[in-house]
Design a protein around this ligand. Structure first.
Ligand SMILES: NC(=O)c1ccc[n+]([C@@H]2O[C@H](COP(=O)([O-])OP(=O)(O)OC[C@H]3O[C@@H](n4cnc5c(N)ncnc54)[C@H](OP(=O)(O)O)[C@@H]3O)[C@@H](O)[C@H]2O)c1
Length: 258
C-alpha cells in the first residue's frame, strides 16, 4: 500500500532544538520528512521507532549534511533524491552561535560564523533548488533571527551572518518568482534550545521550541515574506531602533573588572 503524504519537507538542523520540533510537527501533520544535520542527535529514537508514524512507513528519513561543506552538495542532493524526486518545502534552519569576546577577540570567528550560518544556507539552497523546481507549489524557508532587528552586544559575528541570510533570501525571492517558488524568512526571538542554554544574559519572552515550531508552521500556511515572532519582542526591538541611544545605554558591554 502506498502511503499518501501531504507533501515532502526537507528540514536542516533537525537533530535538536527548533529543527527537531519542526520535524515532530510535520510528522504529526502527515508529511514525509527528510531530516538533515551532521549527527542524528534527538532524531535517533524517532528513526528507530516502530509506532507506525515514523520510519516504519518511511515518513521520516535522515540524510547527513554538514552545511559548511561545499564539496558535499551534489552527494547530499543525490541522497535526498533517493528519498523523494521533489520537495514541496525546504526549511533551512541549521545554524550555530558564538559570541565575540572584545577583551580577547578571536577575529577568525567572524568568518567561521559567516561560513556556517550564511554560506551553509547558500549551500543548502544549492542542494534543494533543483528539487523545489520540480514541485507544484514549492516553498523555500530560511531561518534568520530577530537579532537582526537591533544591535546586541557580542553578536557581531552571529548577527551579521543572520542579516546576510535575510538579505540573501529577499533577493532570491525576486529571482525565484519566475519558477513559482515562494521564499519565507523566519526571524525567531529567544527559543529555549541547546543554542541558547549557554547564554548568560536575560532573554525576554523566551519560549519553548515546541511553541516556536507551532508558530512557524502556522505562519508558513500564509507563506509570508518574513515572519518575526514573538510580536512583543518585535515591538521592543522597534523601540530599540527608534531610541538607539537609550538602547545603547541600557545594553552596552560593561568594562571587565579584572
Ligand atoms: N534558539 C534561539 O533563540 C534562536 C533564535 C533565533 C534564531 N535561531 C536560529 O534557529 C536555528 C536553530 O537553532 P536552535 O536554537 O534550534 O539551535 P540548536 O538546538 O543548537 O540546533 C542547531 C542545529 O543545527 C545543526 N547544525 C549546526 N551546525 C551545523 C553544520 N555545520 N552542518 C549541519 N548542521 C549543523 C545542529 O546539528 P548537528 O550539530 O548534529 O550538525 C542542530 O541540529 C539556527 O539557525 C539559529 O541561529 C535560534
Amino acid at each position: 500500500m502506498t502511503t499518501q503524504y501531504k507533501g515532502t519537507v526537507w528540514i536542516t538542523g533537525a537533530s535538536s532544538g527548533l529543527g527537531f520540533s519542526l520535524v515532530e510537527k510535520y510528522l504529526i501533520k502527515g508529511w514525509k520528512v527528510i531530516a538533515s544535520s551532521r549527527s542524528k542527535g534527538a532524531l535517533e529514537p524517532l528513526l528507530n521507532s516502530d509506532d507506525g508514524l515514523h520510519s516504519e512507513q518511511g515518513a521520516l528519513s535522515f540524510v547527513a549534511f554538514d552545511i559548511a561543506n561545499e564539496q558535499s552538495v551534489d552527494a547530499v542532493r543525490n541522497a535526498l533524491q533517493q528519498e523523494s524526486a521533489t520537495l514541496d518545502i525546504a526549511i533551512l534552519n541549521a545554524g550555530t552561535c558564538e559570541y565575540l569576546d572584545i577583551d580577547e577577540p578571536d577575529w577568525t570567528m567572524m568568518s567561521k560564523m559567516n561560513h556556517i550560518n550564511y554560506i551553509g544556507l547558500v549551500n543548502s539552497v544549492e542542494v534543494c533548488l533543483p528539487m523545489l523546481k520540480k514541485a507544484d507549489n514549492p516553498l523555500l524557508v530560511g531561518v534568520s533571527s530577530q537579532a537582526v532587528n537591533a544591535a546586541f552586544p557580542k553578536a557581531e559575528a552571529y548577527g551579521a551572518s543572520k542579516a546576510a541570510i535575510r538579505y540573501f533570501l529577499s533577493s532570491l525571492r525576486m529571482d525565484l518568482k519566475q519558477f513559482n517558488i515562494d521564499v519565507s524568512c523566519i526571524l525567531p526571538g529567544f527559543v529555549d534550545t541547546p543554542l541558547t542554554k549557554k547564554n548568560d544574559f536575560s532573554m525576554p519572552f523566551l519560549m519553548s521550541s515546541e511553541v516556536a515550531a507551532n508558530r512557524i508552521l502556522g505562519a508558513l500556511e500564509r507563506r509570508p515574506f518574513e515572519y518575526a515572532f514573538p510580536k512583543r519582542l518585535s515591538v521592543m526591538l522597534w523601540l530599540a531602533r527608534a531610541f538607539p541611544k537609550t538602547w545603547l545605554r541600557l545594553n552596552a558591554t560593561k568594562p571587565n573588572p579584572t
